[in-house]
Design a protein around this ligand. Structure first.
Ligand SMILES: NC(=O)c1ccc[n+]([C@@H]2O[C@H](COP(=O)([O-])OP(=O)(O)OC[C@H]3O[C@@H](n4cnc5c(N)ncnc54)[C@H](OP(=O)(O)O)[C@@H]3O)[C@@H](O)[C@H]2O)c1
Length: 311
């Protein structure tokens, strides 16, 4: 246990910083439940898939390619259906929506887990900054495409990050979604992660009264493949994220996957919607992440972006 985990203890949910995905799902039977998760082949997504299948869920695991998704699903304790979904390619995301619909199942939880972080140089897809496009727009197409297949009490779970605190002033730079004006790696990541929260908030509003819910979360700081793009020498990454960091403040992968599993399946979260979680407890995000007008504007702009993408 890191020094920080010991210091932080547990919250009102009975879970906390040190709780693992195994802990938050202990004693639950997920037999008969179907859970979709993006980014199932690595880090937190892989760990969540492992634990959720162990509890009996059928996991629809999405990865950039079918090969990656199928390989990740091998050796899991329960049923996994692998589906290709390259989030930066709208055709691939739309095909994934059709493939999932074709399975004819009701989705009990959709965990939008995949993401990229802090690309050192500006990269784009269809003229939009790649973190915004992958982390937000890709998931926007996926989730809105599958919302009708959610179970009556289905849950949408958006992986955000405490890094949303570093989003630009005002939350989203609507006049710089290309990233071409003043690209900063962590600000762009922060913007994509505040977008994940705003999307969950607006979706929760749109789903109000249906029984379906949408929430966002920060999983903690965990050494995963996410650091691959930060552009630091591997020795520095390993020292910061693997050495001193783990001893002082970081979570292991089991602890990192806890909050997404908690929000996706715990009976304690039934009916809870429009919230932001960290350490398996409700927390307050940055003030403008709670701004309904900003959330509504992001939705409207996202719809326009998606409408302008190649069919
Ligand atoms: N680790 C942390 O400290 C931390 C902190 C805060 C928030 N988060 C969030 O937690 C989530 C999971 O991250 P992680 O730490 O588990 O990172 P990870 O090990 O790098 O896993 C990320 C997953 O996303 C997939 N992915 C990336 N780009 C994609 C694309 N264009 N299309 C489809 N899939 C794509 C990756 O696929 P490939 O393997 O094929 O690239 C991988 O499966 C992310 O949303 C991240 O922002 C993580």
């Amino acid at each position: 246990m890191s020094v920080y985990a010991w210091f932080k203890g547990k919250g009102p949910s009975g879970f906390g910083y040190a709780s693992t995905a195994e802990d938050v799902t202990a004693g639950l039977s997920l037999a008969g439940k179907t859970i979709l998760i993006t980014g199932c082949n690595s880090g937190l997504g892989f760990e969540a898939m492992q634990v959720l299948t162990k509890r009996g869920a059928h996991v629809i695991g999405l990865a950039r390619t079918k090969e990656k998704a199928d390989a990740a699903g091998k050796g899991m304790a329960g049923k996994v259906t692998g589906v290709a979904c390259e989030l930066s390619d709208p055709k691939s995301v739309r095909a994934a929506v059709e493939t999932v619909k074709g399975l004819g199942v009701r989705i009990d939880a959709l965990i939008a887990n995949a993401g990229i972080m802090a690309l050192p140089k500006l990269k784009q897809a269809f003229g939009y900054e790649l973190q915004f496009f992958t982390n937000h727009i890709g998931h926007f197409i996926l989730v809105t495409g599958l919302v009708d297949t959610l179970a009556d009490d289905g849950r949408v779970v958006m992986l955000s990050s405490a890094a949303h605190l570093g989003a630009p002033k005002g939350g989203i730079e609507f006049d710089n979604l290309s990233g071409e004006r003043n690209y900063r790696a962590w600000t762009a990541y922060g913007q994509s992660k505040i977008a994940n929260i705003l999307f969950a908030k607006e979706l929760a509003k749109r789903l109000a009264g249906t029984g379906k819910t949408a929430n966002a979360l920060h999983p903690g700081v965990i050494a995963t493949n996410l650091t691959r793009n930060v552009g630091l020498p591997p020795a520095v990454v390993s020292f910061v994220f693997g050495g001193i960091g783990s001893a002082l403040f970081m979570k292991n992968v089991g602890q990192g996957a806890a909050t997404e599993c908690y929000v996706a399946v715990s009976p304690k979260v039934a009916g809870v919607t429009g919230e932001y979680f960290a350490d398996s407890n409700i927390k307050a995000p940055r003030a403008d992440a709670n701004d309904p007008a900003l959330a509504a504007k992001l939705w409207e702009v996202s719809e326009k972006i998606v409408a302008g993408l190649p069919a």
